[in-house]
Write a protein that binds this ligand. Structure first.
Ligand code: UD1
Length: 419
């Protein structure tokens, strides 16, 4: 079993560079299946979700070369074969193979997606879109069977009942090679969607409107290879900014697109966080007294649900009371009980989290209940006096590239140990 051990209370300073976006790359890799040539991705984070996706691509017959942050994939050998189990079940994003395999072969048998337990995570909107494009979708055992009539999807007019990142991207993947025009209304507007559309367009697809709530896709018959730079991870950036405000004595976070973090940075300003935002970096000063604020998550460009847990330890340093309400994943509250074990005045109510500060946390044995809760525990451990031991660290390593090295470089006393 692997654990993270942190001796808290160290002054952290220096520079940290944000890696490529996890939520982009987990869609970009399956998207490559649609190309008839080699696609090279630059800025690929070193996270275990990427290792799993590479493994799945190789199992299907793709040729993959990885060199540092560069990933070169030749998908021409990918076979039309069932992908029932193994790594597929460990990843939420494995649902992107539904769209890309359907787009390439007109059919797919894929295991059900895994990922973090944030309460119910339905995929009805993904299936509704595939059905509108002429595919049948049936569960058989623990597999999803998707079959397009005559193995060919057709364009469709699709209205998303809920704004969904996954369903929007999956519809793009299925639609780029479908015959005719597909229109997605009430599409999600996250930067990762623009990133996927940019890759697909550079492969020869005809997608317009990515980043707005209406996306139009005109199907093409083939897509070719290309080279693509993955956008910076705005959630990793937000995590390091929160950490810098909570325990930093002057930390510069590089490779940040502040346009992707506007609502988050506005919330930090409301707390009184002193920072300098530049074109591609954010410098966070040592903070004195911060003000408690309330946070409510919303689809992009609102406050990201993925940053709700990482900002919580910072909120606990502030003076006053506040509420955290996650309107996307109401059950994303695994960090609350763990922070309470460290002495935080925080608790869950009917549909929100209530906290009161300021708090001086004390090191404890805690667990990462999911990926972003894990990030919260790391920040809390750095803030606390004494030693914090975090278990279930696999979650953290799924999404934070080189987290131990990056924190050691800032002066943290943190280690990943194997027991
Ligand atoms: C993605 C991100 C995840 C982030 C989430 C919301 C990836 C790999 N993961 O997850 O980190 O927390 O966006 O920003 O990119 N919903 C339905 N039916 C569906 C699909 C979704 O009801 O078919 C609901 C969900 O329960 C949720 C909301 O829509 O309440 C948004 O979910 P969605 O944007 O789809 O999340 P994911 O794409 O799974």
């Amino acid at each position: 079993m692997r654990k993270i051990i942190i001796n808290g209370g160290r002054p952290l300073k220096g520079k940290v560079t944000v890696s490529g976006a996890k939520n982009s790359v987990v869609a970009l890799i399956p998207a490559i299946i649609l190309a008839d040539g080699v696609v090279t991705l630059d800025g690929v984070p070193s996270i275990s979700d990427v290792d799993s996706l590479v493994d799945i691509m190789e199992t299907m017959g793709a040729t993959v070369r990885r060199d540092g942050e560069t990933l070169e994939i030749d998908p021409r050998g990918v076979q039309d074969m069932p992908m029932p189990f193994g790594k597929i079940n460990s990843l939420r994003a494995s649902y992107y193979f539904y769209g890309s395999l359907l787009g390439r072969f007109g059919q797919a048998i894929v295991g059900l997606p895994g990922g973090c337990d944030l309460g119910p995570r339905p995929i009805d909107l993904h299936l509704k879109a595939f059905e509108a494009m002429g595919a049948s979708t049936t569960y058989e055992g623990s597999n999803m069977h998707l079959v397009a009539e005559n193995k060919e999807l057709h364009g469709a007019h699709i209205y998303m009942d809920t704004v969904s990142v996954g369903a929007t991207i999956n519809t793009l993947l299925a639609a780029v090679k479908a015959t005719g025009r597909t229109v997605i209304e009430n599409a999600a507007r996250e930067p990762e969607i623009i990133d996927v559309a940019t890759l697909l367009n550079n492969m020869g697809a005809r997608i317009r409107g990515a980043g707005t709530d209406i996306i139009t896709i005109d199907g093409v018959t083939s897509l070719h290879g290309t080279r693509h730079q993955v956008i910076p991870d705005r959630i990793e950036a937000g995590t390091y900014i929160a950490l810098a405000a909570a325990v930093g004595e002057g930390i510069q976070i590089d490779n940040v697109l502040y346009e992707h973090l506007e609502s988050y940075l506005a919330k930090l300003e409301e707390m009184g966080v002193r920072m300098t935002v530049s074109e591609d970096s954010v410098f966070v000063e040592k903070q004195t007294e911060l003000k408690a604020v309330s946070v409510k998550t919303a689809p992009y460009p609102g406050f990201a649900t993925d940053l709700q847990q990482p900002i919580t330890p910072l909120l606990l340093t502030a003076k006053g009371t506040g509420r955290i309400m996650d309107t996307i994943y109401e059950k994303r509250i695994g960090h609350v009980a763990e922070l309470a074990k460290m002495g935080a005045d925080i608790s869950t109510r009917s549909n929100y989290i209530a906290y009161q500060g300021p708090n001086q946390l004390v090191g404890a044995a805690v667990k990462a209940t999911d990926l972003r809760a894990g990030a919260a525990m790391v920040i809390a451990g750095l803030m606390a006096s004494g030693q914090t031991e975090i278990t279930n660290v696999e979650f953290i390593l799924r999404g934070y590239s080189d987290i131990i090295e990056k924190l050691v470089n800032l002066g943290a006393d943190i280690q990943l140990i194997e027991e």
